[in-house]
Each structure stands twice: as C-alpha cells, then as structure tokens.
Design a protein around this ligand. Structure first.
Ligand code: ATP
Ligand code: MG
Length: 385
C-alpha cells in the first residue's frame, strides 16, 4: 500500500450558488465510478478530494483515469504523514534535493493546528536549511517549492508539482445533447468539447450498408468506446441512410446529393434527439473545411431543424482539431481508412453555395420522403458499448 496520496482540485467557478451540491455530487459519483475497480479510499473534503490507500503499482493508472474526469482541474501526488512536526520535517527532507533554491508554501485547512501557515513555512524552512547546506531560500523564484497541506482529517500532505487535468464541468451537469458521430477526426473532438462543458451525450451514427462496410460501422463503435472513457453511460444509436441515398440518387441532380443527404441526416437527428431526451444536436463542422461546410450549405441544412445545433469546431483549423484528437486518444482510430456514408454516390462537383429554393425543388422530386425517414427510424439500432 502506498503512503502517497493523490490530491484532486476542482474548479471553483461553478461551485457558487445553489448548484454547488449538485455539481459536487456529480463529480464525486464520476470519480467513484472511474476508480471503481481499483482498490483505494476516497476522501471528499471541502474544496479538495483525496485518493489514498492505493497500491503503489496503480498510481499511474489512477492518474491516467482522473485525467479523463471533467471537472477536475489539477492533481498532485503527495507524500502523507501525521500532525507531528518531526514527521513533517522527515518527509520534507526526503523530498527536497540537496542543492539549489527552495521555498516552503503551507496551507492549513485544519485551523486548530498549533502552528499557523507562516510559522510552518519558517520553521520547516529552517530545519531544511540546517540539514542541507547546499540549499538556500528564494521566496520569489525558487527552483523547488515544498507545498504543505494540513488537512482536518489528521493528515498532512507534502507535494512539489501539479499535474494539469481536463478541466471543464462535471459530466452530466449540462443537459443532454445528440452528437452526430461519423468515423472521422472532427466529430469525436466536437463531442469531447461539449462533454467537457458537462453535457450528457448520446451519439448517432449514419451508415449506408452495404455501400459502407461493417468495418466502417465498427469504427464508429470503437470511437464511441473511446469517448465513453470521458462520457460515462454514452449510448450509440445507428441509422441506415441506404434507402434515402438510393432514392436521392435516382430522383435528384447528382450535385445536390450531399446537401440533400445532410438535410435528411438533420431531420432524423432531430427526431432521435427528441426521442432520447436531447435538447440539441452537435456536429463537427468547421467553417469552409469542405463544400458542405460553407455558410450557405450550413444555412440550408440547418433550416430543416428547430433545436439548437452546436458546432464547437466551427472556428478551428484542422491542425488544432488534430491536436485535441491526439490528446484524447481518438486520432489513430479516426485515420483508419474506412468509407463514410457521405462518400457514397459522391458527385464530382458538390454544390458549394446551394440555394434553398433549388434544394427544396430537388427534394420535392423524392417520392414519399416522410416514409423514407419513418422507415429509417423504425430500423434504428441501439448499440451496446
Ligand atoms: P468528421 O471528421 O467528423 O467526419 P468531416 O470533416 O469529414 O467531419 P463531414 O463529412 O462534412 O466533415 O461531416 C460534418 C459533420 O457531420 C461531422 O463532423 C459529423 O458530426 C456529421 N457526420 C458526417 N458523417 C456522419 C455519419 N456518417 N454519421 C453521423 N454523423 C456524421
Ligand atoms: Mg467525415
């Protein structure tokens, strides 16, 4: 069993006002769930949580998992001892290097501790100086800071570094949204960004089996599984666009294909959102990235729905999106070479600036489009992740 602990810090912004308990309770549940099969004790103090009594060989894994919990802003691995000042000195001496400059920075949430923060700083600093002649104190720009945290639970924690975590708001505290999840690079990142703001996600994937393969669908399932590490309870819904695409292909001008398919996608998405209790649609569009992502194209596809559509990547460059995809672990999976349903019946010259009336005219050539949507929805499949 390790004598180290892991200190968890969370944002203060959302902890003001009436929602404080709700946010904190959600965060605690998410942390508990994340660590549920690793032996450890969780201590939830005011303003800071602590993971203790874990096996030292699991330390890296615990840190890795905590970095996937939204609402945690940073963590520190700390040494632990009791209130006895000699124990604190011994631990501090173990941690400090033998040369360079240092400073002690104390925080005392147990206010009855006989020394106040300033006294701890001074007395501990002095003892370190006595023991290590190669060290000097520098209060402003030290090479090394020994942080001392005196807690109410009988523990004192000493740490020297801070690991930045995902930040954001606890997952599940900001209503429900429906993520349009393709097999590409962008949409998993889009989902990650709203999940980071606390939004509870359901994912919707469209396929065109047999024009798209089983493997292409499996790729979306794999991506959803990666996202689930950040989004506990994430569900994946799959809908076939095959009949719809065949019908557009048969009845409409080829260069309207993408615009028309995307309008069907949005209508179906709105319907799935409503039946799954989601108040918005999220997609991975980025302005100007491809023909379907110009303002004119977005206007025409957005026109068929009346719930908000969030596009968290709209102002981002591809390389910025890739950087996040790599960080969250979806990039490698996303670049596996499988076809997307949008590439089925791909026209040579897709419309860059579709006009709404002309799009509606093309749509009117499709017999029974309501029936097409209804059939796609009745064959909807919920995938177990
Ligand atoms: P991505 O990398 O997310 O696939 P993209 O750059 O390839 O995006 P498009 O193919 O135009 O762009 O798709 C734009 C957005 O539409 C995607 O980010 C995604 O949210 C949604 N989308 C595209 N294809 C599908 C699909 N097969 N299933 C669900 N949503 C899709
Ligand atoms: Mg795509």
């Amino acid at each position: 069993m390790s004598n180290n602990v892991i200190l968890i810090r969370f944002g203060e912004l959302y902890l003001k006002g009436k929602n404080k308990d709700y946010f904190e309770n959600t965060l605690k549940t998410n942390i508990r769930k994340k660590l549920e099969n690793l032996e450890c004790t969780l201590y939830f103090g005011r303003g800071r949580y602590v993971v203790k009594d874990y096996d030292q060989s699991n330390e890296e894994e615990i840190i890795f998992r905590l970095k996937q919990v939204f609402g945690i802003h940073s963590i520190s691995v700390a040494g632990r001892c009791g209130y006895d000042f000699e124990e604190i000195v011994a631990l501090a001496l173990e941690m400090t290097p033998n040369s360079g400059t240092f400073r002690v920075s104390s925080h005392r949430s147990y206010k009855k501790y006989p020394l106040n923060s300033l006294q701890i700083n001074m007395q501990l600093g002095e003892r370190i100086l006595q023991a290590k002649s190669g060290l000097t104190v520098d209060l402003h720009r030290p090479d090394y800071i020994i942080n001392v945290d005196v807690r109410e639970n009988g523990d004192v924690y000493l740490f020297d570094s801070v690991i930045k975590c995902a930040g954001g708001m606890p997952y599940g505290t900001s209503s429900n949204g429906l993520l349009l999840l393709s097999g590409g690079i962008d949409s998993p990142v889009a989902g990650y960004m709203l999940a980071k703001r606390g939004m509870n996600l359901t994912a919707l994937h469209f396929h065109s089996y047999p024009y798209t393969s089983e493997a292409a669908k499996q790729k979306a399932v794999d991506l959803a599984r990666i996202l689930r590490e950040y989004c506990p309870n994430l569900k994946l819904v799959c809908v076939s666009l095959t009949e719809i695409q065949e019908s557009i292909h048969k009845h409409c001008k080829p260069n309207y294909m993408i615009t028309l398919v995307r309008r069907f996608m949005m209508r179906i998405a709105q319907s799935v959102a409503q039946s799954h209790g989601c108040g918005c649609i999220i997609n991975g569009e980025s302005l100007g990235q491809v023909a379907s992502q110009t303002l004119e194209s977005i206007t025409v596809t957005n026109a068929v729905v009346d719930i908000p559509v969030f596009r968290p990547l709209i102002g981002m460059d591809k390389d910025e999106i890739i950087e996040i995809a790599e960080k969250i672990g979806t990039f490698k999976k996303s670049i596996e070479p499988y076809e997307d349903c949008c590439t089925v019946f791909l026209p040579e010259f897709p419309l860059i600036k579709p006009a709404r009336e002309k799009v509606e005219e093309q749509e009117s050539f499709i017999p029974d489009y309501h029936g097409l949507i209804e059939r796609a929805l009745t064959e909807l499949e919920v995938i177990k992740l």
